[in-house]
Design a protein around this ligand. Structure first.
Ligand SMILES: C[S@@+](CC[C@H](N)C(=O)[O-])C[C@H]1O[C@@H](n2cnc3c(N)ncnc32)[C@H](O)[C@@H]1O
Length: 300
């Protein structure tokens, strides 16, 4: 889409000038992999110029120039760090406090896990205990997930290759993450050049099926995070609303993250104020949508 038409479309969601200005000048972040090193030890030893984020204890903003090859540092080779946008890091934190439980029996599913940014973060939050299942539909993507698992020493995991819209894993997991395939408007410049509104309408069909399947895999009382790195309501509120309208046990719950954001669109109902729309101007990072859904227990 032409930039002027895109800007016009974006202004129905947020301040498009601010949003695009920061989008093109995003800061670079990485996460310390606490499976391999404590944050304190990392700060003591690292030569990478960086500052700790005020929004997440394990996230750091890179102070090096834009061409800095973080993937060629010792810290990277040793699996001490994972380059990741701050917004993406915050998605896994949206699950808390359930991951804090040190629960060795906790079962967690990541429906679309590759290349494993949030997956490896969740493993660290689970203290490498319990069972973490990482699924993706593509074999070649699963090999990217393997290299993340190996480099970061994720031990509490199993990987599967399945169509996330037809999992057929009824009520097996305490927590489920669906970081859905999306049009990635908050993420890549090339994505927004290729994008047309009907792309969002098309992918929304798959996202709705995946959310039903992910929700089906959730145990009663469990919580699910639905996230995308895009802005279109067809891929966000509409997908979540489709579940809420059709499944009476599903309910949006508050996300307890103290970060600047805009609320989900209230045209879908007041409940959607509980969702987070993070735009680049909020935390100098990618755009993201996050919804937290609970499966209510039916007393019987
Ligand atoms: C946004 S990416 C996931 C990023 C990942 N969660 C992370 O944080 O590193 C979306 C993923 O969905 C996968 N995908 C697409 N269609 C799928 C389907 N029907 N079932 C399962 N995964 C699918 C893609 O292969 C891609 O890896």
């Amino acid at each position: 889409m032409e930039l002027s038409a895109y800007k016009n479309w974006l202004s129905s969601y947020t301040d498009s000038d601010k949003c695009l200005e920061v989008f093109y000048n995003q800061k670079q972040f990485f996460r310390v992999n606490t499976i391999k090193i404590s944050v304190e030890k990392f700060i003591e030893d690292t030569k990478i110029k960086c500052n700790r984020s005020k929004y997440c204890d394990t996230a750091f903003e890179l102070e090096e120039d834009r061409n800095y090859a973080i993937g060629k540092t010792w810290e990277y080779f040793l699996g001490y760090i994972y380059p990741q946008s701050l917004s993406s890091i915050l998605v896994s934190l949206a699950f808390d406090p359930r991951f804090d439980a040190h629960d060795s029996m906790l079962t967690v599913l990541d429906v679309a896990a590759a290349p494993g940014s949030k997956f490896s973060h969740i493993a660290a939050l689970m203290k490498n205990k319990g069972v973490l299942v990482g699924n993706d539909i593509k074999k070649e993507k699963i090999s990217a997930l393997y290299s993340t698992i190996n480099r970061l020493n994720v031990l509490n995991c199993i990987t599967t290759i399945r169509d996330g819209s037809r999992l057929n894993w009824r009520e097996r997991f305490d927590n489920v993450l669906l970081d859905a395939p999306c049009t990635a408007l908050g993420s890549g410049e090339s994505a927004l050049k290729r994008w047309q509104v009907d792309h969002s309408e098309q992918i929304s069909i798959l996202q709705k099926k995946m959310l039903f399947s992910a929700y089906d895999a959730l145990k009663p009382g469990g919580e699910l995070i639905y996230s995308t790195c895009t802005y279109a309501k067809e891929e966000n509120e509409e997908v979540v609303n489709n579940l809420l309208q059709n499944v009476s046990t599903s309910k949006l719950v508050e996300i307890n993250l103290d970060i600047p954001h805009e609320s989900g669109l209230s045209e879908y109902g007041n409940e959607f104020r509980k969702c987070y729309r993070i735009y680049p101007q909020h935390i100098q990072s990618e755009g993201f949508f996050i919804a937290k859904i609970k499966k209510l227990e039916v007393l019987g």
